[in-house]
Ligand binder design. Structure first.
Ligand SMILES: C[S@@+](CC[C@H](N)C(=O)[O-])C[C@H]1O[C@@H](n2cnc3c(N)ncnc32)[C@H](O)[C@@H]1O
Length: 364
């Protein structure tokens, strides 16, 4: 096939045109109808990359990608390295995540990735950076911190929590999307586990569980009873007095041992930081915008790590930080007339966060 379909060659001498037609492997037509030589990579010497790559500029103080992380590398540099060294779907591991450049670029280039860092700030900055580029096509990812936030554990998706906490306890979660006759998984010794995502669970939970544990696997139940071992486990945030008494009654009177396990015995739980925002109206500038000062104050027994701001917060899209690292919690921005949604997140030294949304109307 001759590559003549793209443009209409005009004014080319017939003998040249014939040469072009006869040599489609070395000449092609541009969109605008000009002939060009094809250059094949294996025939072309090119410019080998040396040890010093100075064609990628360092991040300057005004760069859009700048997040304020002290050793931040340009994304173009990581793009080159990742594209040279991996293919789509490969796994990129960065055990020293820092500001998260490698991970965010790997994510954008459709690589799978694992990032690790000892610093909470590094993990949270990377998370906010990933969130910023997240859209409908982004593959899901998990951010794993050392401590867990009580509210998230207690009130997010129940099934997800049940199978996750069973795994944290060394067991295997139910594959079904709901518990099977009150059994949510099996412990490391095969005994059934029930998860109650509530506080102060009552006496009936224990009574019902002793029945369902037996139904779950009668011979295992009897074997454990005979051996003086626990017949099952109940995991909950806390146990009420009635439940505790029923557990000891079952043990003493019926030789049935049920082990009560509190969530905070399995994983460390902390309470997320508290956040408040104070707003000061400053002068109007010459373009008719109003300067507003926002002062965020966070409180946490763990101490505050940093604040992040989204000056154009949209609930549907989620938090997309305009400023990722703000150590002080103070921002002055110019806002035009109309409604504005501003979100600020506070992150504490355990990596737990909280967010406040400010709806602000700027009058003419
Ligand atoms: C310069 S940053 C890395 C930059 C990063 N690779 C990127 O793509 O931008 C170095 C990071 O290593 C982390 N780090 C240092 N020693 C560590 C360790 N033993 N375990 C985990 N992280 C560590 C620091 O907390 C810091 O965030």
């Amino acid at each position: 096939m001759l590559p003549l379909s793209r443009g209409k060659p005009r004014g080319i001498k017939p003998y040249r045109l014939r040469l072009i037609k006869e040599n489609p492997h070395i000449i092609y037509w541009t969109k605008t109808g000009r002939p060009r030589y094809k250059i094949y990579a294996d025939e072309y010497e090119g410019l080998p990359l040396g040890n010093v790559w100075d064609d990628i500029p360092a991040i300057n103080t005004m760069a859009k990608e700048r997040i304020g992380y002290p050793t931040q590398k340009p994304e173009a540099l990581l793009e080159r390295i990742i594209e040279m060294a991996s293919n789509k779907g490969d796994i990129v591991l960065d055990p020293f995540v820092g500001g998260g450049t490698t991970i965010t670029v790997a994510d954008r280039l459709n690589r799978r990735w694992i990032g690790i860092d000892q610093s909470v700030q590094a993990v949270k900055v990377t998370e906010f950076r990933l969130q910023k580029q997240t859209d409908l096509f982004t593959a899901p990812y998990i951010v794993q911190l050392y401590k867990y936030d009580y509210d998230t554990l207690r009130y997010n998706d129940a099934f997800e929590f049940e199978s996750w906490i069973v795994q944290q306890y060394g067991g295997t979660g139910n594959v079904k999307q709901r518990s099977d006759k009150g059994i949510d998984g099996k412990a490391f010794d095969g005994a059934p586990i029930q998860v109650k995502r509530s506080d102060n669970i009552g006496v009936n939970v224990i009574k019902n569980f002793s029945v369902s544990a037996k139904q779950f696997d009668k011979s295992l139940f009897e074997k454990n009873m005979a051996a003086g071992k626990q017949v099952g486990y109940i995991i909950a945030f806390s146990f009420g007095r009635g439940a505790i008494e029923e557990v000891s009654r079952l043990k003493n009177e019926e030789n049935i041992i049920i082990k009560q396990v509190r969530v905070d015995e399995i994983i460390p739980i902390a309470v997320k930081p508290v956040i408040g925002v104070h707003i000061n109206e400053l002068e109007r500038d010459d373009k008719g915008s109003r300067k507003i000062e926002f002062i965020a104050t966070g409180q946490s027994p763990a101490g505050i790590e940093f604040y992040s701001w989204d000056f154009n917060y949209d609930k549907e899209k989620g938090f997309k930080a305009s400023i990722i690292i703000d150590k002080v919690g103070k921002q002055v921005i110019s806002l035009k007339t109309g409604m504005h949604n501003i979100a600020v997140k506070v992150v504490d030294n355990d990596g737990l966060e909280n967010m406040e949304i400010i709806k602000l109307k700027i009058n003419v």
